[in-house]
Design a binder for this molecule. Sequence first.
Ligand code: GUN
Length: 310
Amino acid sequence: MTGARRLDGKVVAAAIRTSLPPRVQAFTAAAGRPPGLGIVLAGHDGGSETYVRNKMVACESLGVNAVLERLPDEASVDAVLALVDRFNRAESVDGILVQSPLPSGMGRDAEKRVFDAIHPDKDVDGFTPINAGRLTQNRPGIAPGTPSGVIELLDRAGIPIEGQRAVVIGRSDIVGKPMAMLLLHRHATVTICHSRTVDLPAVAATADILVAAVGRAGFVTRDFVKPGATVIDVGTTWLRDRDEVIALFGPESPRLDVLARRGHTVVGDVHPEVAEVAGALTPVPGGVGPLTITMLLSNTLRAAELRRAT
Ligand code: GUN
């Protein structure tokens, strides 16, 4: 990365994590058991496997008891709902996470039905309509981890939000919409862009803070970016094709070694050339990603503490 200041998510995540162990210990001593997180992973999506494994490792290292329930690709929505119901009732489970995406065979409404079924007090992803509504109205609740992590990253980097123009590209329930709400509650002037936005690069280039959450490798090129803007890259696309990697990063890129070793390289929505224009930029990997899991841990702990307090 040249030019732009690099916003290192690993450093910020590590700083946040240092505050968690005393809370885990206090909870465990008071409750007589560790905080518990129930995870449902349906199907065999490569990315989801990695994310869930990383979440399990993070829980274990913190002393949070993560329980993983796996279902095959051909499982029914009812099978997922049955596991959610069991976790909802389990006294030792404080948080529930159903990894998205669910297998496509479950149908278009599967995720909505499943997220609707999670008890809002255990909804550590902040995906239920109750928590989405609380976030929209700026009431106490649990906000999704990825956009919460972005706010942490901006705050700890000393990047002002209030009064700034923020543009969010992407309108998903998981990132785009909650991101826009969190920025709005911090008094940014927020625009949400999407696939039907007319002259997207020009709208994006009005941003002091540009958040890209589209899921298309290298989509945000330099013409999207006002010189000096802060650019937050939420994309995590797995590239497996050598020619695509060369097209984005050039033939000398160390990415090619990663590709040769692992069979894929994780790339963001932001084109590498943006580093020459942006004032600050999150790398992929190592930017927003590490914060997502840290915020999940923080949400799980908060859910556990709130359940004991009520
Ligand atoms: N898939 C991609 N990101 C997430 C996330 O934050 N939570 C869940 N449950 N699934 C995801």
